[in-house]
Write a protein that binds this ligand. Structure first.
Ligand SMILES: [Zn+2]
Length: 269
């Protein structure tokens, strides 16, 4: 019943990600430059500007929402809920993927199900790459750190007996830097539908959870704290695309993220 297969409209969420602490989203070893840093950040290959990959943001939002959803389950069976696993670099990575049409996580972030013939359900949420604002770029260009738009942070591990140090360097994007972000939710239900509301609220719940978590590497050492601000929500019904009907636009006026989302959902009913 819930999988209508119909495109009813889109919710476009835009705004700023502000770094409350330095951010490190690493890159693979193959792209290391000769004479470069030990731990460089990922950069746009053309502009050389550091950015936040949509996949990094999406992965973090999904993992936080999965754990929040698990907390609401009647059972406590971790293996039953986090039912899919893969091995990368010797690590076991478990996650949730049930494919149920009324499962918020699988609706938003997608799932592949089916035993014989694989049936992939694409997620309804698109998480775009986030690029640095012009203002932040100009501010960072004006200071000389020796690196383009980033800073170098030294980290130490001390031997517990001899106090011998093992210093290493890590590149990160400095605190205060801002990025433009865009999330696009493709709706298959009208805004008054309970699942539509639940999907949109869950997007904002995951953003709120991320504000008290960390993006990128070294989160437990204080890296990657972010805040989402100056949000705009646009609702574009199907008629926006087929008949050039106007979109409905809402701006966040200092409300917290969930209050803003609930206000928009009430107005769209
Ligand atoms: Zn699921």
């Amino acid at each position: 019943m819930v999988n209508t297969g119909k495109l009813t409209g889109k919710i476009i969420i835009t705004g700023l990600i502000e770094l409350k602490t330095g951010l490190h989203i690493g890159t693979s070893q193959e792209t290391l430059e000769i004479g470069g840093m030990d731990n460089p950040v990922i950069r746009d290959p053309l502009t050389r500007e550091p950015y936040i990959p949509g996949s990094s943001l999406k992965g973090k939002l999904r993992s936080l929402l999965e754990r929040a959803l698990f907390a609401t389950q009647a059972h406590n069976d971790i293996d039953r809920f986090f039912n899919k696993s893969m091995r990368t670099g010797g690590n076991l990575i478990r996650h949730h993927e049930c494919g149920a049409e009324n499962c918020t996580v699988c609706r938003l972030f997608g799932a592949s199900t089916g035993a014989g013939v694989k049936e992939n359900r694409p997620g309804r949420l698109i998480t775009e790459d986030s690029h640095m604002t012009q203002k932040s770029k100009e501010q960072l260009e004006a200071i000389d750190t020796g690196l383009y738009l980033t800073e170098q942070k030294w980290e130490n591990t001390l031997d517990r007996i001899t106090s011998a140090a093992n210093p290493r360097q890590q590149e990160r994007i400095p605190r205060g830097t801002e990025f433009n972000f865009t999330l696009i939710y493709t709706a298959d239900l009208p805004p008054k539908d309970t699942l539509f509301k639940s999907d949109v609220k869950s997007i904002f719940t995951s953003l709120r959870l991320l504000e008290d978590d960390a993006l990128g590497g070294s989160g437990s050492r204080g890296y990657g704290r972010v805040a989402f601000k100056d949000l705009t929500i646009r609702y574009r019904p199907l008629e926006y695309y087929t008949e050039a009907q106007d979109e409905i636009q809402f701006s966040q006026n200092g409300e917290d993220l969930l209050t803003f989302a609930e206000k928009v959902l009430a107005a769209l009913e």
